[in-house]
Design a protein around this ligand. Structure first.
Ligand SMILES: [Zn+2]
Length: 240
């Protein structure tokens, strides 16, 4: 049984390295996902701003068209006025010209408001675009960094997993399953040393009788407190 627990200790070293690398890869990818969602949020703001500007542009064209129409009607009225000899008709056209002028003034005021709004929106769009570009640069840098680091971390991962499986195959399957369950539950620490009568996993004292049994190595013993598999180093068993 002693040999089996020793094999578990070796397996745990490999498993810890695998776990560390897998977690590092996940952390890198999560970091990248963070920047990507930041970029998507910024793209939404930019799109909304562009839609607002397009709406204002449409309104500007509409008002400009109305102004042009009104101007050509005004030209007509002035020509008509030059030809009219009848004073009553002339005053009616003059009245039309007055009303037209008022209408024009109103359109010009509306246009001014639209132009001001367009300036504001254009300035905001420039700002948003600048921020978007900065995030995009950051994302590209991070992507390159993540790609390089993930490639380094992934190199030899398959071979390591294969070696792990070969080592695992030499361990009693029931013991291995027990170890694997503890490894997952206890976040990568399933087999721990008993040193100075203390479990190195949870730092609780282990009863002397149990300690002696662990030294003898005749059966698999788990810590009564943290349920990790316990072992004692050969050196300490010599001095015992
Ligand atoms: Zn313990």
């Amino acid at each position: 049984m002693g040999n089996q627990v020793e094999l578990l200790v070796s397996l745990q070293v490999v498993d810890q390295q695998l776990r560390e690398r897998t977690e590092a890869i996940e952390a890198l990818q999560q970091g990248l996902a963070g920047i990507e969602s930041e970029l998507a949020a910024q793209r939404n703001l930019l799109d909304a701003c562009r839609a607002e500007r397009a709406e204002l542009e449409a309104r500007r064209r509409e008002l400009q068209g109305a102004l042009d129409d009104e101007e050509s009607r005004m030209k007509d009225r002035r020509m008509r006025l030059n030809r009219i000899r009848n004073e009553k008709e002339a005053s009616a056209v003059r009245r039309e010209i007055e009303v037209g002028k008022e209408g024009n003034q109103k359109i010009e005021e509306d246009l001014l408001v639209v132009y001001e709004a367009l300036d504001t929106v254009a300035a905001r769009e420039t700002e948003l675009q600048k921020e978007y570009d900065a995030i995009e640069v950051r994302r590209a840098e991070q992507q390159a960094k993540v790609d390089t680091e993930v490639a380094t971390l992934s190199a030899g991962l398959d071979e390591a997993r294969q070696r792990r499986d070969e080592l695992a195959a030499t361990i009693d399957s029931e013991l291995r399953r027990q170890y694997e369950a503890i490894f997952v539950r206890r976040r990568g620490l399933a087999v721990v040393e008993v040193r100075g009568g203390t479990c190195q996993g949870c730092h609780m004292r282990v009863a002397p009788q149990l300690s002696n049994e662990i030294q003898r190595n005749q059966r698999v013993i788990v810590c009564p407190n943290c349920h990790r598999i316990l072992y004692a180093r050969a050196e300490t068993s010599v001095s015992a």
